[in-house]
Design a protein around this ligand. Structure first.
Ligand code: GUN
Ligand code: ZN
Length: 433
């Protein structure tokens, strides 16, 4: 028996950012393709007619003529403790946090609760085809232990961190500069780079951290060469005004983080809607990334992300669902809303750019492009099967599609969790519809 395994299907993946090389050079498409896996890695990718004859005798080949294989999706901003408060009515950011979010997050002092939610959260990600995510925990250390323990069961490549928050939040949900530094450090020592897991230092956002806490977060970031930093930036107009009041010494919102040494190649800032040119410039200069979260930005009324501005300034951008401010775990539905956000600014989001943002672009934002984000030989075998017959509407609409770009666009407009036939992580099936 061969230790290789192969999938025969249409296959598409991005190999570059369309903004750098144009649309057609940014992706590879195999109408009748073959993806060959050896253990947890991609061993070969190409046209079935070229590769089939070279497979060792006995290699199992799964044939899926009604599917399209793509890399697994990468969600660059999501809150696992907000799973059960998705769809909370009627508020914008600051009231939404106080009314719904903080009470919900208080439940995660209980590890048993955290474990139960983490497991449901991960199965929700996997049934939506998301194989890697950058994830907020809560202020409780046990929330992160519970999350990573759940990830280990499926051998997922995931990033998470404990929220640091020492002011402007209820007492039951605050830590101190010292305890947040110490607990984050302990979590890094336990979890960072354990198997496929990574740690992100996670100050919630500038308003809920004192100067001392942000300073210690920056110190911690400097102590580890490849730890992440994950926070929110410039999401809501009232929030931006509040930051200016709280940090009068800063020249703009990003500058608060900059002054505390929190900008880096592994820093990811969710939203970044209301930025000035110098903030884009500084994000670029430091190799920091923005997570574009369209369903959240619309649902909590935050504003329209300016993708073209970020591109103009060569800022790395990934896509995020931001559940529970966001309204769907589905990256397909997130791309549906992303398209509309860009439409409202009289521009178009090309489906190849959308594929890029949800796969390779996310991997680049997370500096993981040597491991995940496309199907290059040697990459980790994180991939999904999109089912062209998943629903009657997908089936009839896709039957009329003229090319792969149109087919992807249809999936990104009317597709959701039902379109994900199977999800593979490190070569193992982790979801089958
Ligand atoms: N800003 C600070 N905390 C949060 C949060 O939990 N969700 C969102 N969308 N924005 C935030
Ligand atoms: Zn968020």
């Amino acid at each position: 028996m061969s230790h290789l395994k192969a999938w025969r299907s249409a296959i598409v993946h991005c190999i570059a950012d369309p903004k750098d090389v144009g649309i057609s050079a940014a992706y590879e498409y195999f109408e009748d393709g073959l993806l060959v896996i050896e253990d947890d890695k991609i061993y070969a990718l190409g046209h079935a007619k070229d590769l089939l004859s070279s497979l060792p005798q006995g290699t199992v080949v799964e044939h899926h003529p009604d599917a399209i294989i793509t890399p697994g999706f990468i969600d660059t901003h999501i809150h696992y403790p907000q799973t059960d408060m998705i769809g909370s009515y009627g508020e914008q950011l600051l009231t939404w946090l106080n009314t719904y979010t903080f009470p919900e997050e208080s439940k995660f002092s209980d590890k048993a609760h955290a474990k139960e939610v983490a497991e449901r959260f991960l199965s929700e990600l996997l049934r939506n085809g998301t194989t890697t995510a950058l994830v907020f925990g809560t202020v409780h250390k046990v929330s992160v232990d519970a999350f990573f323990e759940a990830c280990e069961v499926h051998n997922l490549r995931m990033i998470c961190g404990k929220v640091m928050m020492d002011r402007n939040a209820p007492d039951y949900l605050t830590d101190t500069p010292e305890s947040s530094y110490q607990e984050s450090k302990e979590l890094i020592d336990t979890w960072h780079n354990k198997g496929r897991l990574h740690y992100a230092i996670t100050p919630r956002f500038a308003p809920t951290s004192s100067d001392e806490q942000l300073q210690l977060a920056g110190k911690l970031l400097g102590e580890y060469k490849d730890v992440y930093m994950h926070t929110h930036l410039s999401e809501n107009k009232d929030e931006c005004a509040w930051v200016q009041d709280l940090f009068p010494q800063s020249t703009n919102y990003l500058d608060v983080y900059d002054q505390h040494k929190l900008l880096s190649e592994r820093s990811v800032f969710a939203h970044g809607i209301h930025l000035c040119d110098s903030e884009y410039h500084r994000l670029h200069e430091t190799g920091s990334a923005i997570s574009f979260c369209p369903t959240s930005n619309l649902f909590i009324g935050s504003g329209l992300f300016k993708l073209s501005k970020a591109e103009e300034h060569k800022v790395n951008v990934g896509l995020g669902t931001d559940v529970g401010g966001g309204t769907s775990f589905s990256m397909l539905q997130t791309l549906n809303e992303a398209y509309k956000v860009i439409q409202l600014q009289n521009e178009n989001l090309n489906p190849i750019k959308s594929l890029y943002l949800s796969t390779l672009g996310g991997a680049r934002a997370l500096r993981l492009e040597d491991k995940i984000g496309n199907l290059a030989v040697g990459s980790e075998a994180d991939f999904i099967l999109l089912d062209k017959k998943a629903t009657p509407l997908l089936k009839s609409r896709l039957a009329l599609s003229k090319n792969i770009e149109e087919s992807l666009f249809v999936f990104m407009t009317i597709g959701d969790d039902r379109a994900i036939q199977a999800t593979y992580s490190a070569g193992k099936c982790v979801h089958q519809r």
